[in-house]
Write a protein that binds this ligand. Sequence first.
Ligand code: Z5A
Length: 219
Amino acid sequence: MPDGSVPRTQGRFITLEGGEGSGKSTLAKQLGARIAATGLEVVLTREPGGSPGAEMVRHVLLSGAAEPLGPFAETLLFAAARSDHLETKIRPALARGAIVICDRFADSTRAYQGALGGVEPGLVSKIERVVVDHTIPDLTFVLDVPVSIARQRLMRRSEGPDRFEREAPDFHEKLRVAYLEMAERAPGRFVVIDATLPPDAVLSKALEAISSRLGLTVT
Ligand code: Z5A
């Protein structure tokens, strides 16, 4: 995706990225509630998943059932899920003028399958261009948090690790670097937030960026 988006809808497309336990879901919910309180339509969604078809693929991916097929096949499955999600949920919402907030999107494929998974980044970009096309996020937050802090947060959760959470700590350090590099390469689209701050401070930083980057003031 290029730096900055192509004007194509009345709505706004905001994505949240970062490692596990960085606080994406927490921020997505808070942002959704604050923006909806202004009277705008908000569509909160996530990847992999977000539409009935894509949620089925989510299960295949996160259970580890697709792991034996290798990272390239997993990339194609993430792309298939994304294509359905875009077609049935994201694009119709943007066309109605909604604010779409998506917990992970195509940058997760760049990071997990491309930078970390060994799928050639040029190939990841080609697939992304076909699937995402002009539906490029207007704003992407990277929630940046040291792996040790994210782990402590996740240890409080009761469910077991998914296929990606089972990776070694070194994987997650590299993931953090991959996201920071992506943000550095495309400063017009990305905003990095220090996610060690308390949730309300993270929310304030995100709202400030939504105001300055998208001209959407949420009081
Ligand atoms: N994946 C991929 O490989 N390729 C792709 O293209 C896509 C995804 C789209 C999806 O996992 C996995 O799929 C993901 C990448 C891969 N795997 N990993 N790892 P998921 O959807 O199940 O989970 P996740 O996206 O990694 O999110 P998460 O683990 O649920 O974490 P989070 O949403 O970032 O954090 P949270 O749930 O908001 O917060 C975690 C805890 O910290 C919780 O107790 C909060 O109350 C607490 N928290 C949150 N914010 C704060 C702050 N600011 N301070 C203190 N405590 C906080």
